[in-house]
Design a protein around this ligand. Structure first.
Ligand code: B3K
Ligand code: ZN
Length: 884
């Protein structure tokens, strides 16, 4: 396999102007005829024209209407090369045959539940026809689709429908024209038996946009929330960024077989059904929230991604980091900002930071890749890219950030650009000094920032001393200091924010006051390896609230004492930091109990911790979802990540111990939390209702850890009386914590009830897969043979296999049974769907973090995988980098 480097980027020798595609869709074969107008980048160029093409059967090729003979071109398994194309502009016509019905990679053109659909990002268009499959080739497309009318009554592509009609032999056709230039990764086609929910949105300039969400007929009733989300997103983008939709039609199609969440194809978004279909009975609050976020995300791509796209795939974060940031902001505005921030930071900690400390560590803009798809897994650069965009906003403020966005669109609409272009727009629009901010794109690893503080009672000053270090990562042993925006507030002894007047830094006194408004929080620009900031006019020893709102994606280590942290937990006006203080306390506590466990000391829980959580749980002034988050312990992965040698057994034992201890000491509080927060009969998707359910179900989960028949009765009661999936599934999960007949019966009941809804059945798979019951690998193996399971469907794989690998005790079982299971599955999956296989094999990538015996066992599996014949590039890249 070939590694591709950013430094080797070269502009294409040829550009494409118009692209005419004609699809003749069939059961045995599909014919794709393309007609492209080509022109050289440099007048008079005689460079060869190299087209990408994979798994294609070439039928014919014509240049300016003249058929080429063998010898006029060169064909290998990846490219079609014209050694000497004509000078100047010419037309290229290529007929190709493909077999979508046999395409299990779900990339290119494939079939899902009998319908045709496409997925082209990143490099899937080359599986449809020969093309320069790179995002800096932007062209205007028309697409004619011809298919059997009964089997495929609906024919969709990008842009506007300009013609349709019936043909002989029971066929029909449709012609679509997209007026906007686009890279081929945004091309889409759908053909099948679908029905739509229709609505309209009138843009602020008065354009009436037809909105259609397409699914199989029986699912149309489940698209109401997706439609609501789409309209909310369209409005939000106008209000917040002044961005309007640019066509008269916007289509969304839901398909059950999809590698990722969704795809932002121009005016024809294709979605994993999981992220479209919802009803209160079948989808949980988390599903509703995910649908809102992802519908928003794909819609927002219309400007950040489609109108302005990436020059090359190394710039992925240009569109993904920015669009993830935009969807995070959208969800914050639609619900609770603090709770959303907590959820996003948790994802960063649980997925991104561990990756950044492992063999797949790479900067937001990678320097090289073998298979671009490996850089999309949500767990990789996307969250980090969003954090980088968030830092621009933290530094520039809402208005400054908006100015930067406006300039970005003004300069680059219709272009394929780079991360530097975005940086330059932000900088130029604000005349900002961003120091070495660009390092965030090129330097990998999570910076560690240490802070020590001291108060000088005589001088009335408070000093914060920062030091920073970026750990070495593969290929980057030595790091430079980063530009880290640190938002800070100082609390007085009553817990109120002090008014900040000035800070002494680098030999100068800087005022932080603005427009006579009291300043309660300020952003310090930390740029050096070691640096001191001194706050003046501080008349009592303050407790600092550092990195408010998580203003930079770093690991912060401060000298705050436990009592400072308890104080912040109780008083900080920055709600994010209230939560964070509780998490820091919990992490410290868990790590010290892990040490006790490893030394076979008895475990005891610090009563102050119980007291702290109790006061949060019982504080009626707090948002209920915030309480739910604040009383949830850091995940096992997060704690393992902080250990020299990760010990899954100890971490699991400790987390289970604390949960049980809290449940028994706070039993009456948890019980009344459940009593007082039962859902209303009618399901409402809004923050107060979701928050109530989140709190009740978190309490129920705590109670479920107790060996207590009264609790089992309660959980059963909740299960039976639940009127929505959130509550029903929470009760099922509480019951499933302990093995036994009740668990088996309720799991069986749940399956019987929902066997006809594959999305609910996936939840049932996931719940069992993630179970901590000893020896669970055997249950998971059995479930592989369950009639509802299918290795070809990514959602099922993510639920069952992904769920299993995500739960440390059983995946990392000492006897290697979890590793062996995954090793076998990866090889089976790789033959069907390399993208899915490579996501699964990533679970091995941190094998060096464990003890020697686990290392040996995991390494064996990786070596077996590497020695397999015909391994995909996707799996090869992850497995080989893991072993390197
Ligand atoms: N841009 C797509 C991801 C494409 C995945 C390619 N393997 C969807 C998204 O950003 O949400
Ligand atoms: Zn995206």
């Amino acid at each position: 396999p070939k590694e591709i480097f950013l430094k080797d980027y070269k502009s294409p020798d040829y550009y494409f102007d118009t692209v005419d595609l004609r699809f003749s869709l069939g059961e045995e074969k599909t014919i794709v005829a393309s007609k492209i107008t080509v022109f050289p980048r440099v007048e008079g160029s005689s460079a060869p024209l190299v087209l990408d093409g994979v798994d294609l059967k070439l039928i014919s090729i014509k240049v300016d209407g003249k058929e080429l003979k063998e010898g006029d071109y060169h064909l290998d398994s990846r490219h079609l090369t014209l050694p000497s194309p004509p000078e100047g502009k010419f037309t290229l016509e290529i007929d190709t045959e493909i077999q979508p019905q046999n395409n299990t990679s779900l990339e290119g053109l494939y079939k899902s539940s009998g319908n045709f659909c496409t997925q082209c990002e990143a490099e899937g268009f080359r599986k449809i026809t020969f093309y320069q499959d790179r995002p800096d080739i932007m062209a205007k497309y028309t697409c004619r689709i011809e298919a059997d009318k009964l089997l495929y009554p609906v024919l969709l592509s990008n842009g506007n429908l300009i013609e349709q009609g019936t043909l002989e032999g029971g066929k029909h056709y449709a012609v679509w024209e997209d007026p906007f230039k686009k890279p081929c990764y945004l091309f889409a086609l759908v053909a099948g038996q679908l029905e739509s929910r229709d609505d309209t949105f009138v843009t602020r300039s008065g354009r009436k946009v037809a909105l259609r969400i397409w699914t199989p007929a029986q699912d149309v009733p489940k698209t109401a929330h997706a439609m609501y989300s789409l309209k909310a997103a369209m409005k939000w983008d106008e209000d917040v960024f002044g961005l309007e939709y640019d066509l008269d039609l916007f289509n969304v199609v839901a398909v059950p077989d999809f590698n990722m969440g969704a795809m932002e194809n121009k005016s024809l978004n294709i979605f994993n059904s999981k992220l479209v279909l919802a009803s209160p009975e079948t989808a949980s609050d988390a599903d509703y929230a995910a649908i809102l976020g992802v519908i928003g995300h794909e819609y927002f791509h219309n400007w950040t991604g489609n109108r302005v796209t990436c020059r090359d795939w190394f710039q992925l974060s240009l569109k993904e980091g920015l669009t993830v940031f935009r969807d995070q902001e959208f969800s914050s505005d639609m619900g609770s900002r603090t709770v959303k921030r907590i959820a996003d930071v948790s994802k960063l900690r649980n997925y991104q930071f561990p990756q950044d400390a492992g063999p797949m560590a790479h900067p937001v803009r990678p320097h090289s890749y073998i298979k671009m798809d490996n850089f999309y897994t949500g767990k990789f650069l996307l969250y980090m890219g969003a954090e980088v965009v968030r830092m621009y906003k933290t530094l520039l403020g809402t208005q400054g950030f908006r100015k930067g966005m406006d300039l970005y669109f003004k300069r680059h609409d219709g272009q394929a650009v780079t991360c530097e272009d975005f940086f330059a727009a932000m900088k130029d629009a604000n005349g900002a000094d961003f120091a070495n901010f660009l390092l965030w794109y090129s330097q990998a690893g999570t910076p560690v920032v240490k802070v020590t503080s001291s108060y000088n009672a005589e001088a009335h000053t408070f000093s914060l001393k920062f030091s920073q270090e970026v750990p070495p990562t593969p290929g980057q042993p030595v790091k430079e200091s980063m530009f880290i925006p640190v938002a800070v507030g100082l609390l007085d002894s009553s817990g109120k924010d002090m008014t900040l007047s000035s800070v002494y830094h680098n030999g100068t006194l800087q005022s932080v006051a603005s427009n006579n408004q009291p300043v309660l929080s300020t952003v310090l620009r930390v740029t050096k390896k070691e640096e001191e900031f001194v706050f003046c006019d501080i008349f009592e020893r303050p407790i600092p609230s550092l990195l408010r709102g998580y203003s930079a994606p770093v690991r912060l280590e401060s000298d705050l004492s436990d009592s400072d942290l308890f104080f912040l937990l109780a008083h900080d006006s920055d709600e994010f930091n209230r939560w964070e203080s509780g998490q820091v306390l919990a992490r410290k506590l868990m790590l010290s109990l892990v040490a006790d466990f490893q030394q076979s000391k008895p475990l005891t829980l610090n009563p102050k911790f119980v007291q702290g959580l109790k006061s949060i749980l019982c504080d009626p002034s707090l948002d209920k979802e915030f309480i739910a988050k604040a009383i949830t312990l850091p995940g096992e992965g997060e704690i393992m990540d902080m250990m020299e040698v990760a010990d899954p057994d100890a971490v699991h034992a400790v987390r289970t111990f604390i949960r049980k201890e809290l449940a028994s000491q706070l039993k009456s509080e948890f019980l009344s939390t459940v009593e007082n927060n039962r859902s209303s009969e009618e399901y409402v998707f809004d923050h107060p209702n979701m928050a109530g359910r989140a709190l009740k179900n978190t309490a129920l989960a705590y109670l479920g850890s107790l060996e207590d028949s009264e609790i089992t009765e309660l959980a059963l009661h909740e299960y039976k009386t639940a009127t929505n999936m959130t509550d029903q599934f929470a009760a099922l999960s509480a019951i499933s914590q302990k093995p036994g007949k009740t668990r088996d019966d309720v799991l069986a009941d749940f399956y019987t009830k929902w066997q006809h809804n594959y999305l609910v059945v996936n939840k049932w798979f996931a719940l069992q897969a993630m179970s901590n019951i000893p020896g669970n690998v055997e249950n998971v193996r059995k479930l592989l043979n369950h009639p509802a399971f299918d290795l070809r469907n990514p959602n099922k794989v993510y639920s069952l296999i992904g769920g299993f690998c995500g739960s440390p005790v059983n995946f990392h079982a000492k006897d290697g049974s979890g590793y062996k299971f995954l090793g076998e599955i990866v090889l089976q999956l790789d033959k069907l769907n390399p993208q899915v296989a490579s996501r699964m094999v990533s679970a091995f990538s941190r094998w060096r973090r464990f003890d020697e015996s686990r290392q040996t066992l995991a390494k064996q599996q990786l070596e077996t995988i590497m020695s397999a014949n015909g391994l995909s590039e996707n799996v090869f890249e992850i497995a080989s980098k893991s072993l390197a």
